[in-house]
Design a binder for this molecule. Structure first.
Ligand code: ZN
Length: 310
């Protein structure tokens, strides 16, 4: 079955060890891949997700030890939001108090309960409590009880000057439809309730432009089932919107093209295949440092410069 929606979100972080601690020990996600930034192999690329690293569950980071903090502004992702079962928001509020995680009072958006919080780099995150997802599988390798565990992405929100140009890409190319408006928020959904099926646009004219740095989202990737589906999206972008993508890049676990959408956020189209079990078994995902074939000859040098993470 073909699903639209968010494939992964990639952000910039400070020290790798602190990043691993927060996402695995506080949020209870699985580290599903430990590899390097293919364009900068002296630094990590860390992937967190559910047991298999399924599309719609994957948050990835480029951790740089001495990164300068980013500044929120127009043309970037404002918040990255996870789904949790409706009855677990109280558990998470207690957990954040216990573990000293900066968080805000509960609020309602589009009728849903939202718990906003920040990671150690100031990345803006939130949990949304949803009914009817308790039975979805959860990663049970952390100390978060399965009944409360994160079930992939709920949404991202984009902070933009205007909703319509970006909305046109979401609806025409990525299979979303405008679903609701509330205050300055416009909600787009894929309609099939799967993970990562929502994008909110927050209209905020007059803000300063974003400055990318620690805590900033670098890009948002959307799903394509395979190369043919991706190629069809690339054609639509060119024919209907005059947007050219990069050439396809092989990211080992998916194949990607990139483009800057009209609101200036970097978007990616990533294939669902082959997935994270392409180079190691599901049981031991994330344990060994994995390198793409073109970097294997440099493994010793790469391992020498990467900081220890656990
Ligand atoms: Zn990506």
């Amino acid at each position: 079955m073909v699903h639209n929606g968010i494939h992964h979100v990639t952000a910039i972080a400070g020290p790798a060890r602190r990043n691993v601690d927060f996402y695995t020990r506080v949020l209870g996600l699985r580290l599903v891949k430990k590899t390097v930034n293919f364009d900068d192999p002296g630094s990590y690329h860390l992937y967190y997700g559910d047991e298999h690293g399924g599309p719609g569950t994957i948050l990835t980071f480029f951790p740089w030890e001495h990164v300068a903090p980013g500044r929120l502004g127009i043309g970037e992702t404002q918040e990255t939001v996870f789904r949790v079962p409706e009855g677990s928001i109280g558990y998470w509020t207690h957990r954040f108090v216990d573990k000293g995680v900066a968080h805000q009072a509960l609020e309602k958006r589009f009728g849903e309960t939202v718990l906003s919080f920040k990671d150690p780099d100031g990345m803006r995150l939130a949990l949304v409590g949803l009914p009817g997802i308790e039975a979805e599988p959860a990663w049970t390798g952390s100390d978060v009880p399965a009944e409360y565990a994160i079930r992939g992405f709920h949404s991202v929100s984009l902070l933009l000057e205007d909703a319509a140009p970006t909305g046109a890409i979401l609806t025409d190319v990525f299979g979303f439809a405008e679903a609701a408006r509330e205050g300055s928020l416009v909600r787009y959904t894929t309609g099939d309730k799967v993970q990562g099926g929502i994008v909110d646009i927050r209209i905020a004219g007059g803000f300063l432009p974003a400055r990318m740095g620690g805590g900033s989202v670098h890009h948002v990737a959307f799903r394509a089932a395979d190369d043919a589906a991706q190629a069809a999206m690339v054609s639509k972008l060119a024919d209907n919107h005059g947007i050219q993508t990069t050439e396809q890049k092989d990211r080992n676990y998916f194949r990607s093209v990139y483009f800057r959408e009209p609101g200036r956020v970097l978007f990616e189209i990533a294939t669902d295949e082959p997935g994270f079990a392409a180079d190691e078994p599901v049981e031991s995902l994330g344990e060994a440092l994995k390198l793409p074939p073109f970097l294997e000859p440099r493994r010793q040098d790469i391992e020498a410069v990467l900081p220890a993470v656990a």
